[in-house]
Design a protein. Structure first.
Length: 292
């Protein structure tokens, strides 16, 4: 029995006081929608009144936008391909992230916690707006299935030759890498309590954080082959790669998110949107690309 959509007393006690009062054809997807009236509060409503898609004129494009931006298409090109406004694309991009629950710290993953025994992690480098404002992306993957457990971007200070220029132009840049790692590993340790082995490359930042959050796990660092950071050759052959799962996944991020392409004129304008994009891609990667 239909209940009043306006939470008037009838919606709690007398549900039979709602009657059908005809229907209409929704313009945006040609669906027939039933209208109702509550005889208690006299208000009318439809079957779609409380839908999370309410008010969307291009509702047919939601999934398409999601698939395209996770397949290396830029937001602007997605707008052209779908024949919709580029602002609509941005809106759908954020809407889908919310709808799929892809906005938490961890990436959505249906892997049962007891299956996650070995993980690998690293930082991937990119920038917002200019190379003088670098961003580090913490990527954590499950070694066996290559599913993404977490992918989170944060600001990091400029390195090498750019240090001086960066400070002069934009001031001292905040370094949030430690903070993000702590938060992410705290969550991961909570959600995946059976982790026995952790692998990463060599960085003085890592051992302490790992010891703090995974006191019983075995931790191993590998040197060299920093495939994820700079250079063109993340998947170049080079013999056995102990961090294969990780490097493979980083390469997939780079291949499927336009703003992370090696040569791209698309850049990140806001770190927050990069994070939304990362979790959207993570969702797509886990549910579609690495489906078993
Ligand atoms: Zn009512």
């Amino acid at each position: 029995m239909k209940k009043c959509a306006f939470f008037c007393p009838s919606s709690i006690y007398v549900s039979e006081k709602v009657i059908k009062i005809g229907h209409f054809r929704r313009k945006s997807d040609s669906k027939v929608i039933q209208r109702y009236r509550c005889l208690h509060c006299k208000k009318s409503f439809s079957a779609a009144t409380h839908s999370d898609l309410r008010g969307q004129n291009k509702r047919r494009c939601n999934t398409a936008v999601y698939r395209l931006v996770c397949s290396g298409v830029s937001q602007r090109r997605a707008a052209i391909l779908l024949n919709i406004n580029k602002i609509t694309v941005v809106r759908k991009f954020r809407f889908m992230a919310n709808k799929l629950g892809a906005n938490g710290l961890l990436t959505k993953c249906t892997l049962p916690p007891e299956k996650v025994r070995e993980i690998q992690f690293d930082h991937m480098e990119t920038f917002e707006h200019t190379k003088l404002k670098p961003i580090s992306i913490l990527v954590v993957v499950d070694k066996t299935t290559r599913k993404i457990l977490a992918a989170k971007a944060c600001s990091s200070p400029a390195k090498g030759l750019l240090v001086e220029k960066s400070i002069k132009k934009y001031g001292k840049r905040q370094d949030d890498r430690m903070q993000v790692m702590k938060e992410a590993f705290r969550e991961i340790a909570k959600v995946y309590p059976y982790i026995e082995k952790i692998e990463s490359d060599k960085s003085p930042l890592y051992p302490q954080v790992i010891r703090d959050h995974f006191p019983t796990a075995k931790y191993k660092q590998y040197k060299g082959r920093r495939g994820c950071v700079t250079g063109q050759g993340e998947l170049k052959s080079g013999g056995y790669d102990p961090l294969f799962s990780l490097n493979q996944t980083c390469a997939m991020f780079r291949a499927n998110m336009n703003r992370l392409f090696r040569r791209s004129w698309c850049t990140t304008k806001k770190c927050a949107d990069l994070n939304i994009h990362l979790s959207l891609y993570g969702h797509y990667h886990n549910s579609v690309l690495t489906k078993v």
